[in-house]
Design a protein around this ligand. Structure first.
Ligand code: 2E6
Ligand code: F3S
Length: 308
């Protein structure tokens, strides 16, 4: 069997930074350190950090006064940040800088009097954090069909921001609908879909044309990983999202000659290696890495001594 590896795949700069922040906090402060929400959406990353003394919670009230509280890579609303201060927590912000950039644009548009639309998946923590940058009522849309039902104060003063991990194709469709409805809509030079999302989707699109089956390594609640599976399926290639090799169903391999593998932005590379090893146990495999976009982006880990 042949194995083709998508390139790029796996960890992005924001995930590397967020995980490093938790490691650094565990070194600087005595465990436990608390993390509001999953630092990134990956069960294996969480397991490893739990073993080192991180505690993941969904509510600030679960964190004892004076403890270290890290905000996840997906970002938080202003109200949550304020509440953490009021509770006397030592906060450290691991929000991806590319999400923080979206927050800043959201605030700017709102302060300029725009009705700001958030294009994204309702209920996802990044979308909640982005909406919560401003006090006013923000409308979230997740598909083109919802555009017709939007109510705005002034159709000539509408702007939008997007979630960073959306499907590039679906977003274009939504933007076309928005441009029809609001011809003067305020647009950024590029959408807020981040470089890592764009590159990983492009790589899976190319991979899908060359393989019989695609395995995406990533957790079920990871938005960007789910989008990779959809990209493959849109190209009529069967795809499965798996946390690790243990979730592979051997029946999936019936009649398959070439397997493609990719990994979401929050999935560690050792899980991809585990999948290759598992496939190799079923019969010899040859592994080939596809050509792809080179990524040189990295984000500094803040020195949070003063902030915390
Ligand atoms: C923060 C923002 C975007 O579910 P989603 O894809 O957003 O999150 P992860 O944790 O799977 O991926 C990284 C990430 C963090 N993406
Ligand atoms: Fe940031 Fe994009 Fe990763 S927004 S956390 S670089 S998937």
């Amino acid at each position: 069997m042949k194995v083709l590896l998508a390139n790029p795949r796996g960890f992005c700069a924001g995930v590397n930074r967020a995980i490093s922040i938790v490691h650094q906090a565990l070194e600087r402060f005595s465990p436990p350190v608390y993390v509001l929400h999953e630092i990134v959406h990956n069960t294996h990353v969480l397991e490893e950090l739990r073993d080192r003394g991180a505690i993941f919670v969904e509510e600030l009230e679960e964190i004892p006064t004076g403890a270290v509280a890290i905000f996840s890579a997906h970002g938080v609303s202003k109200a949550v940040a304020r509440q953490a201060e009021n509770l006397g927590l030592r906060t450290i912000d691991a929000t991806c800088p590319l999400v923080s950039k979206v927050h800043r644009r959201m605030i700017r548009l709102y302060n300029q009097g725009y009705d700001v639309l958030v294009i994204g998946h309702k209920g996802h923590p990044e979308v909640e954090g982005t909406c919560g940058q401003v006090e006013g009522n923000v409308q979230v849309i997740s598909k083109a069909a919802e555009v017709g039902g939007l109510q705005v104060r002034d159709p000539e003063k509408v702007g939008y921001v997007t979630q960073t991990t959306l499907s590039v194709d679906d977003t274009e469709e939504m933007l076309d609908a928005l441009r029809m409805q609001f011809p003067l809509i305020s647009e950024p030079e590029r959408t807020d879909i981040c470089y890592a999302t764009t590159n990983r989707q492009k790589a899976v699109r190319r991979l899908a044309d060359q393989v019989d089956l695609i395995l995406i390594v990533g957790s079920k609640n990871s938005s960007n990983s789910n989008r990779l599976r959809e990209v493959a399926e849109l190209r009529q290639t069967t795809a499965h999202l798996i946390d690790d090799a243990s979730e592979i169903n051997p029946d999936w391999l019936q009649g398959v000659h070439t397997v493609g593998i990719s990994a979401g932005a929050s999935a560690p590379e050792h899980l991809v290696t585990g999948v290759i090893e598992w496939l190799n146990e079923q019969g010899p495999v040859s592994v080939e890495e596809m050509e792809g976009e080179e990524e040189h982006i990295s984000f500094l880990v803040p020195d949070f001594e003063e902030g915390a």
